[in-house]
Design a protein. Structure first.
Length: 112
């Protein structure tokens, strides 16, 4: 299969495409189709513009005090569950090894 050449877009085109997305409020996919570019490309340009302008959505920004307390509680709970799981896995591994040893030590019965 022959290699395809990658399309290059000048900064003015990128800026204009992002401006259209911001000003019209139309879905990125529609604007990308109208401009003849891949929707993911335009989406990336919009995201880069938001990041450059400090408008990156990092999951809601600052947490309220009650949310911070709940997050801390959930993290402690998760850590305890991880430790408990590790203990259980170790116990299971030990029990499995003991059962395998018992099986290996047991005499084999061979029918004539």
């Amino acid at each position: 299969m022959a290699g395809t050449t990658r399309r290059r877009f000048d900064p003015e085109f990128r800026t204009g495409a992002v401006r259209i997305v911001k000003e019209t409020g139309k879905p990125v996919a529609h604007i990308a189709r109208d401009l003849g570019i891949n929707e993911y490309t335009l989406h990336n340009w919009v995201q880069m513009d938001r990041h450059a302008n400090g408008q990156v959505d990092s999951g809601g920004g600052t947490l309220k005090e009650s949310e911070q307390e709940e997050l801390a509680r959930l993290r402690r709970e998760k850590a305890e569950l991880v430790r408990e799981l590790a203990r259980e896995k170790a116990a299971w591994a030990k029990e499995r090894a003991e059962l395998e040893d018992e099986r290996d030590d047991a005499p084999m019965l061979v029918k004539p």
